[in-house]
Write a protein that binds this ligand. Structure first.
Ligand code: NAG
Length: 226
């Protein structure tokens, strides 16, 4: 009888432990924090490789809504980088709560042939949002944030600043929404574009503040381009 009770208790224990482990694994899989993939976030270390391995795990995740977390209170230095899809999910979320900065000078830039800095390519259902800042640090001749062939995207809430050319460049994308974005560059910036659309349809841009140099034009725009 004692053995029987002990057996039951052991089985019960195994079931409880394995199911709670499974729940933990399930939870940790939905959130992909760049820090867990080796990103340092001190503003000096090149975190590009860590971001790419976090992106790979996130993009290949067999999850309905995986989230890539860029945590608050840290500054991540990234070289020109391409986040390539297609991803397994059609609802992939990038949460920018911290800051992302470009190398301080073009000399520090590894791939100087690249004309963009952060590029998302072939990703469907991409949502990039959060209270963080993307700072190009005035580095010349790049498109700071580029989305290429990304259908059904959402860009929300973050600030993007100090790009010397285009802050946001949208190319070959169908259906997209850009809202509550702050494009912020000094009044004496050279030829800066806030949001540049190319070969794209049904991109809705609204409730955004665009301050992008030359005359320091401030637009509060409510436009719909179909
Ligand atoms: C569009 O993207 C959103 C957000 O990722 C997602 O919830 C929705 O299912 C997508 N729609 C289609 C038609 O894929």
């Amino acid at each position: 009888m004692q053995d029987f009770v002990r057996g039951i208790l052991i089985i019960f224990y195994i079931v409880v432990v394995t199911s709670s482990l499974m729940i933990n694994i399930g939870e940790s899989k939905r959130n992909f924090n760049v820090v867990d993939y080796g990103a340092v976030g001190d503003g000096r270390t090149d975190d590009s490789a860590a971001f790419l391995s976090a992106w790979k795990a996130f993009c290949e995740a067999d999850e309905p809504t995986p989230k890539l977390q860029i945590p608050k209170g840290k500054t991540f230095l990234l070289q020109p980088i391409t986040f390539k899809g297609p991803c397994k999910s059609r609802n992939v979320r990038v949460r920018i709560l911290g800051n992302i900065v470009a190398p301080a000078s073009v000399q520090a830039w590894k791939d100087c042939k690249s004309n963009w800095w952060l590029c998302f390519r072939d990703v469907n259902g991409l949502v990039i949002r959060g209270s963080g800042t993307i700072d190009g640090r005035g580095s010349a001749w790049w498109k700071a944030l580029q989305l290429n062939n990304c259908n059904n995207f959402t860009l929300r809430e973050f600030t993007i600043q100090n790009s010397q050319q285009m802050h946001i460049y949208i190319k070959n994308c169908n259906v997209g929404s850009i809202s509550n974005i702050h494009v912020n560059s000094p009044a004496d910036s050279p030829n800066t574009d806030g949001i540049n659309l190319a070969k794209s349809t049904q991109i809705h841009i609204h409730d955004s503040l665009i301050e992008s140099g030359i005359l320091d034009l401030i637009f509060l725009i409510l436009i719909t381009i179909c």
